[in-house]
Write a protein that binds this ligand. Structure first.
Ligand code: GDP
Ligand code: MG
Length: 436
């Protein structure tokens, strides 16, 4: 499905005009999000945000455009889904009454039992209420599942008043000191209004602590409207996306989140009772994008955006200087850089502070040097020693800066190398607590 994106990304790798590349990427991304069942309006919103971020800054050195873009896309989608963290699944009080709502076939009854089993294993006393009086044998289905997992089910097979069953079921379990009470409801009525009306009444009378919308991943583009309708009837507190073991990308979940403001808590990944997982936003975003292990990529980009790491310091002291290190040091001149700090820690170190730049010129220089670094090849970044006259010319031309700017940058590199040597000679490694 994501071939177009992959192609766009491949074109990125080849370089070219940055803004144009962004535009092209955004167009493809928008199409692909809609194909993955994200609602169009939402897809436009997301991609606009991504575009804004992408245009504000080019990739940090050492990061390709492809990697940079995926990182931004990933971060924006993950943020929409609640960030890096797993959702909190602990009930805030006891008893905790959960009401499941959703269309017929979405997986409510199965999910009710899965949830009951999940919480039972967490050590809670759980009860199930069978309040679907519309579907024939709905009670029997839940009853059997309850027996399978050893959870009591309250139901009245001969009563077709779902509201009264829900009310009686909840007090039945409260009397028995149940921690978590889960109400399974109908997903269809003769008329849609009847269904929504019934949900409203149950919600008004039972006052559940949490209404969970159960939504089938394969429902596709309808997800937005379904979620909206239910949300207007009974405010949705959280979402469970089922059937993610199927082929559906599950982009509808993004739309449901946007339509309700609720977070996805669990996902269903199969018909079996234990096939329920706590929602993991990063993993889900990777799935939607179909781009494999994004998490470690994001990790890599974040690392590069950080200040000097311990590993960098080690490299510095071991003399393994590369352009990335130089760049990091240059950027940190804005604050007091790590080198300046190191210098202060070492009394009598007879070196003039290297990489000294007139603060007034710093920003201008930095942006020129950054441009130069951006037009270096991977090889040149790793081993700046290979940069000869003709390479300097090429880099300057590619970056749109003067040859002297590139030379100055290389001088910074030489200075850093020199300092590194001095540090080594003075056995600083030990003093700084870094093992060689
Ligand atoms: P309800 O009408 O909303 O109560 O839906 P049911 O719980 O009766 O489920 C409808 C069908 O979907 C059943 O055949 C379930 O086994 C199936 N189902 C539910 N959740 C999942 C899931 O996560 N993965 C798969 N593959 N099937 C599921
Ligand atoms: Mg059902």
């Amino acid at each position: 499905v994501f071939d177009n994106i992959r192609n766009a990304l491949t074109r990125f790798l080849k370089g070219g005009d940055y803004e144009k590349s962004v535009e092209e990427f955004i167009r493809e991304l928008q199409k692909e999000l809609v194909r993955a069942d994200v609602n169009l309006k939402l897809a436009v919103e997301i991609t606009n945000r991504i575009k804004e971020r992408a245009l504000k800054s080019e990739p940090p050195p050492g990061i390709s455009r492809r990697e940079w873009f995926i990182t931004i896309v990933y971060e924006e989608l993950t943020r929409l889904l609640g960030g890096d963290k797993k959702p909190s699944i602990k009930p805030l009080k006891k008893p905790w009454v959960i009401m499941l709502v959703g269309l017929q076939g979405s997986g409510k009854t199965t999910t009710a039992a899965k949830l009951a089993y999940f919480y039972k294993l967490e050590g809670y006393k759980v009860g199930l209420v069978a309040a679907d009086t519309f579907r024939p044998a709905a009670y029997t289905q839940l009853k059997q599942l309850g027996e399978q997992i050893g959870v009591q089910v309250y139901g009245e097979p001969d009563n077709n008043d779902a509201v009264s069953i829900a009310v009686k079921g909840v007090s039945f379990f409260i009397e028995r000191r149940t921690d978590i009470i889960i109400i399974d409801t109908a997903g269809r009525h003769h008329k849609e209004e009847d269904l929504l009306d019934e949900m409203r009444k149950i919600s008004e009378q039972v006052k559940p602590d949490e209404v969970i919308l159960v939504i089938d991943a394969s429902i596709g583009q309808q997800a937005h409207n379904i979620a909206k309708k239910f949300h207007e009837t009974t405010p949705i507190g959280s979402i469970i996306v089922t059937k993610l073991d199927g082929t559906a990308k599950g982009g509808g979940a993004l739309s449901a989140v946007a339509a309700t403001g609720a977070m996805v808590k669990f996902i269903g990944t199969g018909e079996k009772i234990d096939e329920l997982e706590v929602f993991n936003p990063p993993r889900f975003v990777s799935r939607i994008l179909g781009l494999g292990d994004i998490e470690s990529l994001v990790e890599k980009v974040r690392r590069l955006q950080l200040d000097f790491t311990e590993e960098d310091a080690k490299r510095l002291i071991e003399g393994k200087i590369n352009m990335r290190l130089v760049y990091k040091q240059l950027v940190s001149l804005r604050k007091m850089g790590p080198l300046a700090k190191i210098m202060q820690m070492i009394p009598g170190l007879g070196v003039k502070l290297p990489l000294e730049v007139d603060p007034k010129q710093l920003e201008v220089k930095l942006s020129k040097w950054l441009a130069a670094i951006n037009s270096m090849t991977y090889e040149e970044l790793e081993n700046p020693d290979i940069i000869d006259k003709s390479r300097i010319k090429r880099i300057a031309y590619g970056a749109g800066v003067e040859i002297d700017d590139v030379r100055e940058l290389l001088k910074q590199y030489e200075l850093m190398k020199k300092l590194s040597k001095q540090l080594r000679r003075r056995d600083i490694l030990k003093k700084l607590g870094i093992k060689p």
